[in-house]
Each structure stands twice: as C-alpha cells, then as structure tokens.
Design a protein around this ligand. Structure first.
Ligand code: PRP
Ligand code: ZN
Length: 299
C-alpha cells in the first residue's frame, strides 16, 4: 500500500482548506479519481499519494516524516510547533510555499454585551480556545493575566455555556461569531494556507517529483496573479499604454488588417486589471480591450 517511491502529501479531509487544496492539485494537472472519503488516495497520473486527515494532524505528519509535504493553515502549524516545543518533541519543518487561499485570523471575541475597553478588560477572565499555545503567547506579550480554557471544538458556545467570558477562535467570514452574538475585538494571529515539507532531503525519484510539483504550483500561483490583456492601440500612444499596464514587459505588437494607425497589443499583466485602468486605456485611444484569465504559466 505505502510506496516509498511516491511522494506523500497530507491534506485536510474536509473543512476550510480542503476544496482549495484539491483544486490546486487539479490545476497542477493531477488526477484523483478515488472517492474522497478514503484516508489514502492515489493520484492517477503523477507519483503522488494523498493522506486525507484532520488539519490539526497535518503538521505532526510532516514533522515526523510520515508525509513529505502538507497543506495547512499557519494557525494550525504555529500552534503545533509551540505545543511540540512545550513537550520537548521535535517540531522541524520547511516552509515551502505560501498559498493564495485560506486567509483568516485568530481573534479574541467577546459577547456583544461585554463591556470591552481594550485587551486589559480580559484580565482575570477565562478565554476558551482550541489554540491555547498561540493564545498564551499573545497574552504573555500583552501582559494580560487571563485563564486559558482549552477546548477541542465548538468554542463559540463557551460563553453561553458559562465556561468562559471570552473566546479566541478563527474568524473567516465572521458568520460564526455573528450567529453566536459575539464580536471580534483583537487579532491574535493572521493565518493563511501554506505548503510545508520535512527537513530531511528527499531521495530520488521523490525529489524529482517534488521539484515538478512545486514548479507547477508556482505556475498556478503566477497564473492566478496574472491576466492576459489584448487591445488595439494607436501607434502614437504605445508607450503611454504600456506604462498603464503593470508588469507588461515586451508586449507583442501585431499589424491589424486594413488599419495603418493601430496595432494589436498583447501582454501578460502581472496584476488584476481594474475598470479604471481600462477607462484610461480607452481615453488613450485603445479599443477592443480584452482581459483574459490565464490558466497555466511557466516562466
Ligand atoms: C473555524 C472556527 C469557526 C469558523 C469561523 O473552524 O472554529 O467555527 O471556522 O469561520 P467563519 O468566520 O467564516 O464563520 P475551522 O474551519 O478551523 O474548523 P475546525 O476547527 O474543525 O478545524
Ligand atoms: Zn481544525
């Protein structure tokens, strides 16, 4: 079952990061046909196996060398690293790539009727959280003496249950807080998804597979951040038009049939192209302005 020649990546089975993690692999051209309710899934067209687990287990799987790679939120990662340091366990990993999804923050939140006047209001209070290490570090840095109540889930109901006066939990859209009549008052940690690897060097052929996978992931990110822009530009305004397009190096210029005044201008733009930019391009005499998403990119 476990093949030492295949790369092994740990992904969240279900939750905030799982959809984007699977989509990232799909955009890297990796085909996974097996049902997602399995623990262990093989990619069909790439030497990669997926271990589908709870996000909290991902840092440990990578730190212990059971998986070569993992995609996990930096909140979970940092909490695991602090917990391991506390217990004297090895907690080494290599940050491989920041990913452009899973942005959220770990925040302190209090009931809407809590008379909150700055973090000092939490002195002597109980704060429920699934991130006791991150919270303790924050409280120590802020000089707040509060009691940390560690819960493994459903932290948002702790104030109503009388277990704590405040909570420290992840906030993404804010819907969970709102539904529980809580409001975020301080940011403890800003998180996003990250690709991590172990610190031990990979042996061939895994090393080669990892290199290809990482190059594709970088390509997906570059493609996400870029747009392809095409327009018809008056020859006289070419320099001004190029100056409006961020990162458009060496645009391609093509003649337009039956038009001596204008050329077709094609360029990869390093950022989103806003309506304001398109209006300015039009004011410079550009026409037929098209902005297209880029599916894949290799630089
Ligand atoms: C977090 C957190 C809240 C929810 C907040 O759970 O515990 O329940 O997300 O999101 P919202 O602001 O969009 O409502 P998480 O996804 O980490 O699940 P887990 O604790 O089971 O890993
Ligand atoms: Zn979790």
């Amino acid at each position: 079952m476990i093949n030492k020649e295949r790369l092994r990546i740990a992904l969240q089975k279900s939750g905030r990061l799982s959809g984007d993690s699977f989509e990232l692999l799909a955009r890297c051209g990796i085909k996974i046909r097996s049902p997602k309710d399995k623990l262990f899934v093989h990619a069909e067209n790439f030497p990669l196996d997926l271990l589908l687990v709870r996000d909290d287990d991902i840092p440990g799987l990578v730190m212990d060398g059971i998986c070569d790679l993992g995609i996990v939120g930096t909140n979970v990662l940092e909490e695991a690293a602090l917990e391991r340091a506390r217990n004297g366990q090895p907690g080494e990993y290599r940050p491989v790539q920041e990913l452009d999804f899973g942005a959220c923050r770990l925040a302190l939140a209090v009931p809407e009727d809590f008379d909150y006047a700055g973090a000092a209001s939490l002195n002597g209070r109980r704060i429920a959280t699934s991130y006791p290490n991150l919270l303790r570090r924050y409280l120590a840095r802020q000089g707040i003496a509060a009691r940390v109540v560690a819960l493994s889930g459903s932290v948002e109901i702790a104030p109503r249950m009388g277990i704590a006066e405040a909570i420290c939990d992840l906030v993404s859209t804010g819907a969970t807080l709102e539904a529980n009549q809580l409001r975020a008052v301080e940011t403890v940690f800003k998180s996003r998804a990250q690709l991590i690897g172990g610190t031990a060097p990979l042996a061939e052929p895994k090393r080669h597979a990892a290199e290809i996978l990482l190059r594709r992931m970088e390509g997906v990110r570059a493609a996400n951040e870029s747009k392809y822009i095409m327009l018809h530009a008056p020859k006289a305004a070419l320099a001004d038009i190029a100056a409006l397009i961020p990162g458009a190096e060496n645009p391609t210029l093509l003649p337009l049939a039956g038009d001596q005044e204008k050329v077709a201008f094609h360029a990869v733009c390093a950022e989103a192209v806003f309506w304001e930019t398109m209006e300015k391009l039009k004011a410079l005499g550009a026409s037929s302005i098209l902005v297209l998403p880029i599916e894949k990119m290799m630089l």
